[in-house]
Design a protein around this ligand. Structure first.
Ligand SMILES: Nc1ncnc2c1ncn2[C@@H]1O[C@H](COP(=O)(O)OP(=O)(O)OP(=O)(O)O)[C@@H](O)[C@H]1O
Ligand SMILES: [Mg+2]
Length: 340
């Protein structure tokens, strides 16, 4: 004898949302999944306390909005995917990813990026000292400056939320900024003096929403209302590049940003795996699009068979079997699969 409905309920796929201080997006997304999911899929906040070592996770899919800030959640999510849960975005890959690496993937995938160098830590990381760095030679700063030119943006390779981002016009400013970077892994990058700037939601490696964005405005005015229409070929290029980045890096929820200089979109920031989706900053229309489309993507992931993967497509795009002394170059054969 079983209580009526138990098996029926078990047959429903379960989507769990893991989130922090956000107030608008998670609840709206849960409602949308429950509305669209019918008798196939249901959604609720993830519930946990301590985690037992039995590999049992009562979800088919988890959407992660917060493990970049809470390491305990990251361990939980890594075990969840090893136990058959699909996690958006993949916590193993997200643990490995960084912005400097991603620029190499972009180059191979045919997406323009600013010239960039990775800088050694300004201060010794904990438990290290001069002797720990015997492999390092002094940096030739003239070489760096002539490669990048001024102005330069300096920012962390693992950064987010505009923290520790500097715009720099000359060597004095450069060293003053570098002095403040503690033991962060910083990169320095050619500044793209842009005529236009776009931020795109990219979901399920298929769905793209291009939003005109003005990073020079205060936060609440950045999403431009009623922007001028885009020329179709240019819009197609942004669309293609946004898909190529997320397919290459295996992200099912991301924002990618492009600064446009001389008509060419340069990818600036495309490792935002828990992108801002608050109605108060993105505006009602973008919010509604995000909620409806993310609900559909998660329902699709919960109900369709999907190959398990750790990294996205970059190993085939970048050809890591080339000779190590050769530079990464454009892979002319690569085009993203996703169709908007
Ligand atoms: N190379 C560049 N050329 C021109 N502008 C840049 C460049 N790099 C960064 N910026 C500017 O600085 C802003 C913050 O940089 P970026 O987006 O890389 O940092 P972030 O900390 O990841 O920010 P967030 O995740 O909040 O968007 C960008 O929105 C852009 O306006
Ligand atoms: Mg950004």
């Amino acid at each position: 004898m079983r209580p009526f409905g138990e098996l029926e309920r078990m047959a429903k796929k379960r989507v769990g949302l893991l989130f922090g201080m956000e107030d608008t997006f998670p609840w709206a997304l849960i409602d949308a999944i429950n509305r669209k999911g019918g008798d196939r899929v249901e959604a609720s906040p993830v519930e946990m306390s301590y985690v037992k070592d039995d590999g049992v996770f009562p979800y088919d899919v988890i959407l992660d909005r917060i493990s970049h800030e809470i390491q305990f959640y990251r361990s939980y999510l890594k075990c969840a995917i090893a136990s058959g849960v699909r996690v958006v975005n993949n916590p193993i890959w997200w643990s490995a990813d960084d912005k400097f690496f991603d620029n190499l993937v972009a180059t191979a995938a045919g997406v323009a990026v600013p010239k960039t160098v990775l800088l050694p830590h300004k201060q010794y990381p904990p438990s290290t000292e001069a002797k720990s760095f015997r492999n390092m030679k002094w940096v030739n700063w003239d070489e760096v400056f002539s490669y990048l030119g001024f102005p330069i943006f300096m920012k962390p390779a693992y950064g987010g939320g505009w923290k520790d981002v500097y715009k720099i016009d000359n060597p004095n400013e450069f060293f003053a900024a570098y002095d403040q970077t503690r033991d962060l892994t910083m990169m320095a990058q050619e500044a793209i003096e842009f005529e236009l700037y776009y931020r795109c939601y990219v979901l399920g490696r298929k769905r793209v929403r291009i939003m005109a964005y003005d990073p020079k405005q205060p936060f609440h005015l950045r999403y431009v209302k009623n922007p001028p229409p885009m020329e179709p070929a240019f819009e197609a290029k942004i669309n293609r590049d946004a898909l190529a980045l997320c397919e290459g890096l295996g992200y099912d929820m991301n924002t990618v940003e492009f600064a446009v200089r001389g008509g060419i979109p340069y990818a600036i920031d495309f490792m935002n795996c828990a992108p801002d989706a608050d109605v108060n900053s993105v505006g009602q229309e973008n919010f509604d699009w995000m909620v409806e489309n993310m609900a559909e993507v998660l329902i699709e992931i919960a109900t369709k068979k999907r190959r398990f993967e750790l990294t996205g497509a970059w190993p085939t795009i970048m050809n890591p079997e080339k000779a190590a002394g050769e530079p990464v170059v454009l892979n002319k054969k690569y085009e993203p699969q996703g169709q908007p």
